[in-house]
Structures are given as C-alpha cells and as structure tokens.
Ligand binder design. Structure first.
Ligand code: C5P
Length: 230
C-alpha cells in the first residue's frame, strides 16, 4: 500500500496577524510547515508528501523544504484560493499507485509521527475515512445569528477533530469531486456528505492547531519539553 500525505499550506493566516502566510511563521527558528513536514516524512507509513504552498511562494517553499526529503518523497505545488482547492490540486498530482491519502494542516506543526501512523494504519486496516479526535473540555452551545442559544450539545458525544485525516484515495477524490464550490472546514465533512462512514481514532493533545498568538507560545513549550525528554 502506498500512502501519500497532502499538506494544505496556502492560507494567509490573518488571525496570527504577522503579514506572513501562517505556514511560514517561525516556531523555534523553523517555519510551522517545516515542523509539520518533518513529522510526516518521519512517519513509517508515509511514502510521499505533497505540499500546497501559498501561490507565489512555490519555489521559495521548495527551497525551504529541500533539506527534509528527496524529490521522490516531497513535492511542492501551488495552492488554491481555498483550503479545499489546495487539497484538490494536490490530489491531482498524486501518482497512480497511491491508494491511501492523509490530509494534514501545516497549521498543526506538532502532530506526532505516531499519530500519523495510527491514522494511516486504520485506513490500511479497512476504514474508508478516519479522523483523530479528542473529547471537548468546554460545553458547546449552538446559537442563532443574534447569539441567542438554540441548543446545548451533549458533551460526551462530541469530539474536536484534528489532522491528519486519512482516506482511501478513491473516497477522498469522490468527496472532493462531489463538493464542487460548497465549502467545508475539513475533508471528513466532504466524505460524510457522501454517506461514507467516518471513524474517530484517539487524537493527540500535541496536534492542536496554531491559530492565535497564544498557540505559538504553547507550541514553544511543547517543543522545549520534547527537547528535555519530557
Ligand atoms: O485558516 P485555517 O487555519 O483553517 O487553515 C487550515 C489549513 O489550510 C492551513 O494549513 C492553511 O495554510 C491551509 N489553506 C490552504 N489554502 C487556502 C487556505 C488555507 O492550503 N487557500
């Protein structure tokens, strides 16, 4: 079984407020994207990584990633206007022998290689679509457009899902083809729309998404704990 990992990394990252594309923000001296790619390349089950870079930054990103994988392990393409577009463009360049595809956000730089392998293994074992998820700590309320609460969801049945999300290639291709211009925030959502059963496997506290400036501080702390062997 050949497994490829797609990394949508073409977002502008305005919420971090730096002017730089988020994937290129530095964490312990290296861009978020580099951390994410290193974890994927280090995973046992990943044979190929395809990065969708910010449009206009493709060759800079290629240079940046040169030390982290050979040409056959690592490919950089131009991303699209939306995350979904970026994933679709990456899907289009996968070699024909790839049959399992992971999609992993550059914005989750510290997702452990063990998590990557667990997701890939679950797809290899027969699941069509797999997402890592963790229980939610906050109570989640659904509101209308005036912020009036409509419902309080039962927390025990909720999971906050992360990436990498894993798919049989054919399922992910079909999901993206069927979605058209309709926007979903994750790839599993596209598969659900087709009626595909999506399963949650245990996620990792370290696979959090870097969205706000505080997340960068947390990521620095995780890295220094790793360096100390904690
Ligand atoms: O903005 P958000 O944090 O949801 O982005 C999730 C991931 O999708 C990020 O890694 C971002 O770089 C990527 N993305 C992309 N192409 C876009 C927009 C976002 O690859 N046009």
């Amino acid at each position: 079984v050949r497994t490829a990992a797609i990394v949508p990394a073409a977002g502008r990252g305005e919420r971090l407020g730096s002017g730089l594309p988020k994937a290129l923000r530095l964490l312990a001296g290296r861009p978020l994207l580099v951390h994410a790619v290193q974890a994927l390349v280090a995973a046992r089950h990943v044979d190929l990584v395809v990065v969708a870079a910010p449009p206009g930054e493709t060759s800079a990103v290629r240079d940046l990633l040169l030390p982290y994988g050979t040409d056959s392990e690592l490919q950089v393409i131009g991303g699209g206007m939306t995350r979904q577009d970026s994933v679709r463009r990456a899907l289009a360049v996968l070699p024909p022998d790839v049959d399992v595809v992971l999609v992993h956000d550059a914005a989750r730089p510290l997702a452990p290689s063990e998590l990557v392998d667990a997701v890939a293994q679950s797809v290899r074992d027969g699941r069509a679509a797999v997402v890592p998820g963790v229980p939610v700590a906050d109570t989640i309320k659904q509101v209308d457009d005036t912020e009036r609460v409509q419902a309080t969801l039962a927390r025990s049945a909720l999971r906050a899902v992360q990436t990498p999300q894993g798919f049989r290639r054919e399922v992910l291709e079909r999901a993206h083809a069927a979605a058209g211009a309709e926007i979903h925030t994750d790839d599993a959502g596209l598969a659900e729309r087709l009626g595909v059963s999506v399963y949650v496997v245990p996620g990792s506290d370290e696979a959090f998404k870097v969205t706000r400036p505080l997340d960068l501080a947390l990521a620095e702390t995780v890295l220094s704990r790793r360096r100390e062997g904690g």
